[in-house]
Design a protein around this ligand. Structure first.
Ligand code: 13P
Length: 252
């Protein structure tokens, strides 16, 4: 059975002390009122080694927001999947639209990152999603298919089964403009159908597909109620423990 998951993407927010305080606060809140879904926080690299031992691994998984597409060596400023795993982190966001747009991450580069993440025992949270012009031209299915096929569909079924997907329409990220529940369900069902075509129905049914883009406590329940929406990848609302908890509670 696929899992329901609420994952936070802190992006480039919170210094180390602030990050530690947020992780502690969230851990306390969830220890007092256990979540009905898996909870993950993806933090800046420098927070990982401090945050992982602070949180109860049964309550909160910790992840990075990126990793390198190379194993090791002379790649100044990069952080490898092995380094991420050595902090105790279990997840890594890959292919976020901000990485694709601002750091020119191509499907080929992401394919390498996915392979290295899996080789180091990390669970990739792989992001896909179209920009506004593509949605307006009715090309969203084509776009997400190309993103999936370009980086993931060479994986074996066994490896693909380790991936969490996050559909994040770029026009909904940080804009306050959320996809409607119908729009989310429609494209999530399409994504699941392409997985079924490639890997079979069982793999497709077991893949968690999260929605991301201006998800907040007030709209999470309606979005997550859809049969093919298995939770959310949360940006802004993951930066306040109470808001993040409000979204986690959509599964109650
Ligand atoms: P917001 O929730 O701030 O729109 O960000 C979504 C996102 O990009 C999560 O990865």
């Amino acid at each position: 059975m696929r899992k329901n998951i609420v994952a936070g993407n802190w992006k480039m927010n919170k210094n180390l002390q602030e990050g530690i305080a947020l992780a502690k606060e969230l851990n306390e809140i969830l220890a007092a009122d256990k979540p009905n879904c898996d909870v993950v926080i993806c933090t800046p690299f420098i927070h990982l080694a401090s945050v992982t031992p602070l949180v109860d691994a049964n309550l909160i998984g910790v992840g990075a927001e990126n990793c390198a597409d190379k194993v090791s060596g002379a790649y100044t400023g990069e952080v490898s999947a092995e380094m991420v795993a050595s902090t105790g982190a279990k997840y890594v966001i890959l292919g976020h639209s901000e990485r694709r747009a601002y750091y020119h991450e191509t499907p080929e580069i992401l394919k390498e990152k996915v392979k290295l993440a899996l080789a180091n025992g990390l669970t990739p949270i792989f992001c896909i999603g179209e920009v506004l012009e593509e949605r307006e031209a009715g090309k969203q299915n084509e776009v997400v298919y190309a993103q999936l096929a370009g980086s993931l569909y060479d994986l074996s079924a066994e490896d693909f089964s380790k991936i969490i997907l996050a559909y994040e329409p770029v026009w909904a990220i940080g804009t306050g403009k959320t996809a409607t529940a119908e729009q989310a369900q429609e494209i999530h069902a399409y994504i699941r159908s392409t997985i079924a075509d490639k890997y079979g129905k069982e793999v497709a049914e077991n893949t968690s597909i999260l929605y991301g883009g201006s998800c907040k406590p007030s709209n999470a329940k309606e979005l997550f109620a859809n049969k093919d929406v298995d939770g959310g990848l949360i940006g802004g609302a993951a930066l306040k423990a109470a808001d993040f908890k409000g979204i986690i509670d959509a599964f109650k």
